[in-house]
Design a protein around this ligand. Structure first.
Ligand code: HT9
Ligand code: FE2
Length: 310
């Protein structure tokens, strides 16, 4: 028997129509140090996709995959879903759990890493949601899972598949650029965040593309230009690869679990455009998404916690 009576899938949230974009961005940046110009620019990125982020669709698919994994292993645990910044909000999920009589839930967050943005900010959001709901269940975040096979194996396959997309004559020794969301250098936990990313990058590179050069770089920096963030930026890195005589790159977004807007715009539009102008062949590896192996993680992390080996 597990000592939890529900799983709560916790994600970031994203707009699902043009009218959602500005209120969503206001939610995300409330109290954060993000210039208004940056907000307008990011709003345009969402508008290019009809004001719809793919992230909520990914969460629906992941929730279904987790439910299928629980059912296949005889684990009778309801799965709820709530977001930090958009509907369905965490507070609504917490209220629904309370109304269903849930007392103690485990939280699986759609971020594999430590650090303030990638971990602690989710815990804060869960606690804020609980504070809004009298009689809220206890909610414990499951541990980070960047080094678990359920996260790493789909990435290994994705890099192999991306390499296979390159024209054969560009494939041998093509460099890999592992990317993650940048964070301010002053952000608590950024060293652990960067160190965990490097662990995944090294492991995936070794497994999927032994002998290929690789580097960990950053994308999607925000904040005022005067504030230092983790570098190098992926765009500058592509330029350096080109200057060093490379003619192809495999971009691998190891910092994210699904192909949401930072992947679809910041990589597939923006970074791909930089590569195109440099004449660098560009392929991008898929993130785990709703891969069934990824969907085993909530169950296996729960089993570690409770000693239940289902
Ligand atoms: C480390 C990290 C992850 C990875 C971990 C994880 O996955 O959680 C991540 C994920 C995501 N970030 C997302 C969206 C945004 N992040 C922003 C702003 C910021 N992100 C930051 C960090 C991270 N972000 C930081 C330090 C800021 C500056 C403001 C602040 O200090 O908080 C802004 C405001 C505009 C801008 O400044 O770019 C937006 C719209 C979406 C949803 C995408 C979609 O809609 O499909 C996702 C999954
Ligand atoms: Fe972000």
């Amino acid at each position: 028997m597990t000592s939890y009576d529900a799983l709560l899938l916790v994600s970031f949230g994203g707009p699902e129509g043009p009218g959602d974009v500005i209120p969503f961005l206001e939610n995300v940046t409330r109290g954060r140090n993000v210039p208004r110009e940056r907000l307008a620019v990011v709003g345009e990125h969402y508008m290019l996709f009809g004001g719809v982020s793919p992230i909520n669709g990914h969460c629906r698919a992941l929730k279904a995959a987790i439910e299928a994994d629980f059912a296949a292993h005889g684990l009778d645990l309801p799965v709820y879903w709530g977001n930090r910044h958009w509907d369905p909000f965490l507070a609504d999920a917490v209220r629904a759990m309370r109304d269903d009589g849930i007392r103690r839930a485990a939280a699986f967050v759609t971020s594999a890493y430590s650090g303030y943005s990638a971990c602690d900010q989710y815990v804060e959001a869960i606690e804020r949601a609980r504070a809004e709901v009298p009689g809220a269940p206890e909610i414990e975040k499951l541990p980070v899972y960047y080094d678990r096979p359920g996260f790493v194996e789909p990435l290994v396959d994705a890099v192999r598949a991306a390499l296979a997309e390159l024209p054969a004559h560009l494939r041998a020794g093509a460099p890999l650029a592992f990317t993650a969301h940048s964070v301010p250098l002053a952000q608590p936990g950024r060293e652990t965040y960067a160190a965990e990313l490097a662990v995944v990058a090294a492991r995936v590179a070794e497994r999927a593309a032994p002998g290929h050069p690789w580097e960990l770089v950053y994308q999607s920096r925000s904040g005022p230009p005067s504030q230092p963030w983790l570098e190098p930026d992926v765009g500058d890195h592509l330029e350096r690869l080109h200057n060093a005589g490379h003619d192809a790159v495999v971009v691998v977004p190891v910092g994210f679990v699904s192909d949401h807007m930072e992947v679809k715009y910041d990589l597939d539009v923006q970074a791909a455009d930089v590569a195109d102008k440099l004449g660098l062949a560009f392929v991008r590896a898929a993130t785990p998404g709703a891969d069934p192996r990824f969907a085993t993680l909530p169950r296996t992390l729960l089993a570690d916690r409770t000693g239940d080996d289902r």
